[in-house]
Design a protein around this ligand. Structure first.
Ligand code: 5GP
Ligand code: MN
Length: 318
């Protein structure tokens, strides 16, 4: 791919590269950043991994070089590579970088970079990073392999989503050859829950409300629940996925009370496009996973609004 070569030329000529993923990063955002970091360091580049969010989610602290991620942008740098950011504002900076390479797999990507490497078919941004590294014969070391594998594992819901095809398993297999340890990564990601998180899940699941003949379900997380259980916002991460697991549910929606409003997380199972709903509320995402923050604190009001949108989205079933 021509763009992979063009991007690598820019990297070769850069003195100081900043890697930046979206605010409130997930496994793909940080895994793609740290995967790219490990390789660019190995070839002798000066690299800073930036993320505007601090503190970062603790469940990702096993990613190699996690503690190198900083929320301070260097005073001088000549190239930024954004990873997993559908729009420029998701990076969380004001000023445009001197040059920007935009690597992403969101269908809603706005092509805000100077070079845009967008593949909505990729299961994770880490998959595009992998293809980029291969196309330029770059050395994928153990640290890079671990981060990229973790990114793919999280963004495919542990290889469960429609995005998973033969290529995804080929890449996973190559990453294992390069040193990623699947059991280790799975344990780090999924077997380090805190008791607080489990107590929070119990409270949240208690609020599940089914609607639309069981095809949709809402779940709520209030600030009070977090305070009582001692859980953090990061602990809410998988709640909406579990609600989608209910057999007839096509669309699951979590409403979480944040400082600036109610954050909605939407998931669909087979056919509904939830990114359309998120975009309506100035958010974004993918067909099967999307989100937005609504500047309003009334759970019932938001649920009533969303019920109408969800009914519309459910009509897509043919
Ligand atoms: P989650 O519900 O886990 O926060 O996010 C699911 C997907 O929607 C992710 O791909 C995430 O990047 C995207 N997303 C979540 N919240 C927002 C938002 O406020 N704005 C945009 N543009 N995308 C979001
Ligand atoms: Mn992603």
């Amino acid at each position: 791919m021509k763009k992979f070569k063009e991007a690598f030329e820019k990297i070769k000529n850069a003195n100081h590269i900043v890697l930046a993923a979206h605010k409130n990063p997930d496994g793909d955002a940080l895994g793609s950043s740290l995967g790219m970091y490990a390789v660019l360091k190995e070839i002798g580049k000066r690299v800073t991994v930036f993320n505007v969010t601090s503190p970062l989610p603790k469940y990702l602290d096993f990613l190699p070089n996690f503690n190198k991620v900083t929320n301070t942008l260097p005073k001088e740098y000549d190239l930024m590579i954004s990873l997993d950011c559908a729009s420029f504002d998701r990076i969380g900076i004001e000023k445009r970088p001197p040059f920007l390479i935009n690597i992403d797999h969101h269908i809603s990507n706005t092509n805000y970079g100077d070079i845009n490497i967008i593949n909505p078919k990729a299961a994770a941004t880490a998959q595009i990073v992998f293809e980029f590294l291969k196309a330029n014969s770059l050395p994928i070391n153990k640290d890079a392999a671990t981060s990229l594998y973790a990114a793919i594992l999280t963004d495919t819901g542990s290889f469960q989503y429609d995005s998973v095809d033969e290529r995804v398993f080929q890449i996973a297999s190559e990453l294992i050859k390069h040193g990623a340890n699947p059991a280790y990564v799975a344990k780090m990601l999924f077997q380090r829950d805190s008791l607080s998180r489990l107590r929070l899940l119990a409270k949240a699941y208690d609020t599940i409300e089914m609607c639309c003949d069981g095809k949709a379900a809402f779940v709520e997380v209030t600030k009070e629940m977090l305070e009582i259980t001692g859980a953090t916002r990061d602990d809410t991460d998988t709640i909406v996925n579990s609600v989608r697991n209910i057999e007839p549910v096509e669309i699951a929606c979590m409403l979480r009370e944040d400082e600036d409003g109610i954050k909605i997380s939407l998931r669909s199972k087979n056919y509904a496009d939830v990114s359309k709903i998120a975009v309506k509320y100035k958010g974004g995402g993918h067909i099967r996973a999307a989100g937005a923050t609504i500047k309003e604190f009334d759970f019932e009001k938001i649920k009533n609004m969303l019920k109408e949108d969800i009914k519309e989205a459910l009509k897509e079933d043919k």
